[in-house]
Design a protein around this ligand. Sequence first.
Ligand SMILES: *Cc1c(COP(=O)(O)O)cnc(C)c1O
Length: 408
Amino acid sequence: MAAIPLRVGGEDAQRVLESPGILVFPSRAPARAPRLRLHLSPPSLVGGELAVLSRTLTDGWIAPAGPVPEQFEEAVAEAAGFRHTAAVASGTAALHLGYRVLGVERGDEVWTQSLTFVATIAPAVQMGARPRFLDVAAESWTMDPNILEDQLHKAATKGKLPRAVVPVDLYGQPCDLDAILAVCGRWGVPVLCDSAEALGAQYRDRPVGKGAALAAFSFNGNKIITAGGGGALVSDDPALIARARHLATQAKETAPHYQHETTGYSYGMSSVLAAVGLAQIGALPARVDERRAIFDRYAAALSDLPGLSLMPEPAWARSSRWLSVIQIDPKAFGATREAVRRALDAAQIESRPVWKPLHMQPAFRGARFHGSGVSGQLFERGLCLPSGSMTAEEQGRVTDVIRQCCRG
Ligand SMILES: *Cc1c(COP(=O)(O)O)cnc(C)c1O
């Protein structure tokens, strides 16, 4: 199969390369034009994508079935350290299937941390579940196990336990899973880990999410490994993944006619996406090292500034550092997080505030929140910096602007 030539040059090429979602397939190592604008987490190609895609298509595989998604599932199972994987259309679809296989129904409660992306809880809410949001611990920015314990105890006394607890491995940082599993285990509440941002991270020398009933990963274009879109639900329990697969393919019973005991979804991962993911996933350890090195360079260049601190990493965690995040105390630093964000933007550098806590989102008005406000303060002070592949010179542009903002 011949590659489709990209007939653009100069300014146009720059524009195409920077359009979100545009993948340009180089034949060998991806040549990188100097970038005008630095993005938070742009997709980066490993170079083998076109070859695997081409082989997949010439072999006649394109549907969300067949050997390529299966090979990708095996590769994900190995990379994630779980026995069983269902590759699906997105990380959100993986979470949705997770909620289904855990039996979430209308009126059930589902608990998660307030500081996360909306996709963590959106499928459960769409299923009619009621969300409850817990604060994060300042030491990790992930679900505070003490608040969880407290609230589970109270809920058990009232006989109204949640159907599932969903901690998030935020920005690549593993949650304190053993502590969460211990309290959830006491009440028999299953744990679904939203590990969408944390493939390749480690918790106490084991892969992130390992020990939870289920974990969900994402291969969206902005994640550390991308399939150009896609996700995976993983578990060590074969029955849960078999059930997820059944639901992901329209819940068809084994019969020559179309027989359905329940309704499912069209959530299978296309062979086209699986081929891209397959080409990418071998680069995971190198990508984690690269993102950790980027974080370390930010730390070296910025940590002497008054009022500026970087996302902590507790002793149990080896974060993937999917995103490098700083916190700015406006009094000591002499400028607000928003002033820094605007200065970066003016210098053609994308940065973004930390997730706006879900208990502060109009979409979840009325939902309960427990905590002392760590999430809210992180939202006010936290800023995510460009964290994808970039040269030391490009990263220097970011740290220069931040240093210039400091009036402390
Ligand atoms: C990216 C992400 C998702 C959703 O993944 P998609 O593949 O984009 O659907 C879910 N949760 C978190 C925390 C994420 O960062």
